[in-house]
Design a protein around this ligand. Sequence first.
Ligand code: SAM
Ligand code: SF4
Length: 476
Amino acid sequence: MIFTPEKCRIPDKRMTPFIDPDEIWDLINNTKSTLRRVREIIAKSLDKQRLTLEETAVLINTVDPELIEEIKEGARELKKKVYGNRIVLFAPLYVGNKCINNCQYCGFRTSNSEAVRKTLSDSELISEVEALEDTGQKRLILVYGEHPHYSPEYIAHTVKIVYNVKKGQGEIRRVNINAAPLEIEGFRIIKDAGIGTYQIFQETYHPDAYKKYHLGGVKRNYEYRLTALDRAQEAGIDDVGIGALFGLYDWRFEVLGLVRHANHLEAVYNVGPHTISFPRIQAASMGDLDKSYIVKDDEFVRLVAILRLAVPYTGMILTARETPEIRKEVIRFGVSQIDGGTKLELGSYHDDNTLIAQDLNKEQFFINDSRTLDKIIDELLDNDFLPSFCTSCYRRGRTGEHFMEFSVPGFIKRFCSPNAILTLAEYLEDYAPPSVKEKGYKVIAHNIEELALNSNIEDLKERLEKIKLGQRDLYL
Ligand code: SAM
Ligand code: SF4
């Protein structure tokens, strides 16, 4: 059965599964890519309209190298013109790795007897957050295995602990969550703790492939996971993050699955996902996976560019799973958030004795970019990006900010760029090594010059001076 809203105009029902594998395969197998269509579709996206599944399939089926370059160029232009040069920084913080599920790709799976299990105590959690604050982090994503120990009440408890840790000038201003799907009541408990985004990856949108990789535990239930973010929405969490783990099934199918999911949330709840993640599978303890769906680097770059064009309103997250080289390249095609200074071993941010080398029995998977936050920021500045720790929209109750970035004229110049500059200045004052500080202020000066061409920057300049004098958390 084909039931895309674009085709039959019947809106999606709440919490009903919305992926039809036959429909997606039909689109992959039967959609033709022509020069005219590809250019029309890129233009539509640059006109700030999200793409239909069929239009996304046209981009997916484009194999002509010159047209692929046009798609990448379109994504680059969309990012530059619409999002500007900001890159938001965050760090993951693993709270506990006990898990009742048996996901074949994950080092935390229950059948992995080699895994060293750990849940941070409250005082260890505080030490981890202090260590992260000492490097300048302001935004964290807390990560948990799926286990009765990690109940909604427990997750809420850890979120509150994190918000209360203040070391020096440091504080965490936004706590996002990556944890198991919950019931509506559970999501309400977490929402009340003041979280930012609740992120759940579907892993693979293909139901049969999903069954193959998920051999036990609650996560085996494809539909319960697929509808998790509907339950989050019902509980009032309208900042949700979706994702697919690339390498489990055909990447083209996953891209269409993600777009379908985004369109579903927008059609039903009037707000699309806040972020899309597109992790590629990495080595994990004792993992022995079928390699037939491994996504090659050139395919990865393509899929990121296609996603950028398909969902222009959605933030895109690129993580330290990828090498510095790939990150540097892919970031230009529409990424809006990256992690920096990432460590996956539980307790390793504060305990210098951990993590001499990555130990896969203690970590979920291998990461390829373990550079410090300083180094990451240094490279972003070299490439003329504006590193940002901004949490302003969330704290002012402006949810759906990506939508506003597009739809409210002047929103980026009025809020996003000034707030990025202010949070970067805080970082430069409090944490940056001298060379990064110098570079950072040059980038700030150059961004202010550009803003001054057609906006009033008095508020910004005044706040910037106050930050230099020691005031903090000044945002617009
Ligand atoms: N346990 C929760 C869950 O499964 O949703 C929370 C997060 S899990 C610790 C975070 C994500 O890591 C998973 O959703 C999966 O996509 C990703 N992941 C697991 N194993 C991976 C691997 N070997 N390589 C890359 N990413 C992996
Ligand atoms: Fe557990 Fe999540 Fe790992 Fe699956 S991916 S084994 S649910 S921690």
